[in-house]
Each structure stands twice: as structure tokens, then as C-alpha cells.
Design a protein around this ligand. Structure first.
Ligand code: F6R
Length: 260
């Protein structure tokens, strides 16, 4: 895993956004795997800026979001459909028919999940998957003990994740219990994975993901097995890593052609 430590979330997000921009410029029909939550917001802002000011063109891009709350309609303000509309899709030119977000209202969850996997395959697979990380080590909503080979399916959120996400809801009790999420195996199939994490509250989760053992009890740790995984973190999120000097050194010594 490549660990990129930057002073602020904005600095780290700018590099992650430039990385995605490069992929989209090199492959205008790129397939992007997208995440919601607070973490990717500065990255989306930078991608929107690149679209507006430098003509970064998303018209050929296909997107697949990681997850959605089961039971929430796309119009619900806390749904991930609403999140993506507000923070990204309304401000760039991704074609609506190429946007895919799990349907929280599907009456046939297993069939929907199979179709979601088929749609990813038919699109040619995900070129770059953006990830945040839960304080309990989840990626997507693959909570601790999720199979490391799992595919898109319904999952039950932990009490900790429901507490962490209560800030998006008027009433903490209304945070849904269930979600539809890409599986760990689905995420691992992406050609590249960008994991973003900011703030001291993510420090333990990042240390376990990067330097801990690979275990289903900390699903993000499986990214150690991914051939092209990049971890963009700020200083507070790096606080519990033991090899930060080495990670900084590696980043400083990168050959020019590898830099974005
Ligand atoms: C969101 C997702 C989750 C979040 C994680 C961190 O689509 O899949 O794994 O990335 O819960 O959330 P934030 O960024 O709000 O701390």
C-alpha cells in the first residue's frame, strides 16, 4: 500500500482528485467507484473545480456508488442518492444513465445485488474505487467480520457506525439498521483503490488497516493485498502509524512520471 501523508485533508484530497482526473483524461470511459460521507467532500470539490476551470470531462464516465441505506428513498435528504446529487452529480457532467447507486427501496434485494454486480462487470470493471474508512475499520459498509470475499449484499450496521452516522439524521433512532453495500471482494476487484481518511478519530482505524494483520475483524486491512492501493491521510489520521518517516521518504523519492 502506498501511504501519502499530507498536512491537511484539503492537501490530501487535491492529490487524490488529480489522480482521478488523470485516470479520466487517459481513459474518458473510465469506471469510477464512489463513496459518500464527510471524507470525500474536499475531493469532490476539487473534481468539480477541475471540471469547471480545466474542462475535466465526465461525459463518458460510468459511476458505481459503494452503498445506500435500505429503506431510504432517493429523495430522502440523508440518502446517498441525495448526497451524491448535492455534492457531485449536480455540478459535473456525468450522464445520468451511467450513474449507479444501490436502490434502498428495492423489493428484491438479492436479485438487485446480483444485477449490481453484473452491471459493474458489463461496464468493464471499476478502474478507480474511492473509499473512506469507518472508525471500526469498515470499507463500504462491510463491518468487522464481513467475509473478505463478499459481494454486493445487504448488511446490518454496527451500533458504532449508526452512532457515527447519526449526524446526518434528525433523530439518531432513525438511522437505518440495514444497508446495501458492495462486498469486500467487489471492492478488491477494482483496478486501483484510493482510501481517504482524515482526523485523529480515524488514526486507530488507519494504523490497523495499514500496519495491522489482515483480518476480517478490520475489513480495510484487506487492502494490504490489493496490488494498487493508495492511502491519502492527513497528519492526525497518521498519528498512530509507526513507519511514517519511511512513508514520507518513499513519497518524496517518487520518480517524476509517477507524481500527479
Ligand atoms: C460511504 C461508505 C463508508 C464511509 C465511512 C466513513 O459510502 O462506504 O464506508 O466511507 O463510514 O465515513 P465518513 O467519511 O463520514 O467518516
Amino acid at each position: 500500500m502506498e501511504i501519502i501523508i499530507q498536512p491537511t485533508p484539503e492537501d490530501a484530497s487535491l492529490i487524490a482528485a488529480r489522480h482521478i482526473a488523470r485516470v479520466v483524461r487517459e481513459k474518458p470511459s473510465a469506471v469510477l467507484g464512489l463513496a459518500t460521507g464527510s471524507t470525500p467532500l474536499p475531493m469532490y470539490r476539487e473534481l468539480i473545480r477541475l471540471h469547471r476551470e480545466q474542462g475535466l470531462d465526465f461525459s463518458g464516465v460510468t459511476t458505481f456508488n459503494l452503498d445506500e441505506y435500505a429503506g431510504l428513498a432517493p429523495a430522502h435528504p440523508a440518502s446517498y442518492h441525495a448526497f451524491m446529487r448535492e455534492h457531485f452529480f449536480s455540478q459535473v457532467n456525468v450522464a445520468p444513465e451511467r450513474i449507479h447507486i444501490p436502490d434502498g427501496l428495492t423489493p428484491h434485494v438479492p436479485a438487485f445485488c446480483r444485477n449490481y454486480e453484473d452491471a459493474i462487470r458489463t461496464a468493464g470493471g471499476i478502474d478507480v474505487q474511492v473509499l473512506g474508512i469507518g472508525t471500526d475499520g469498515h470499507i463500504g459498509f462491510n463491518e468487522p467480520s464481513s467475509s473478505l470475499a463478499s459481494r454486493t449484499r445487504i448488511k446490518t450496521l454496527t451500533a458504532q457506525t449508526r452512532r457515527d452516522n447519526a449526524r446526518f439524521f434528525d433523530d439518531p433512532a432513525s438511522v437505518p439498521l440495514h444497508v446495501i453495500t458492495m462486498g469486500v471482494g467487489t471492492i478488491m476487484d477494482a483496478r486501483q483503490v484510493l482510501l481517504l481518511a482524515f482526523g485523529v478519530k480515524k488514526a486507530n482505524a488507519i494504523a490497523a488497516a495499514v500496519e495491522g494483520p489482515v483480518t476480517a475483524m478490520h475489513p480495510a486491512s484487506i487492502l494490504q493485498m490489493h496490488p494498487v492501493a493508495k492511502c491519502f491521510i492527513d497528519e492526525p489520521a497518521a498519528a498512530r502509524l509507526t513507519r511514517t518517516e519511511y512513508y514520507r521518504w518513499v513519497y518524496e523519492q517518487k520518480p517524476g512520471w509517477q507524481k500527479v
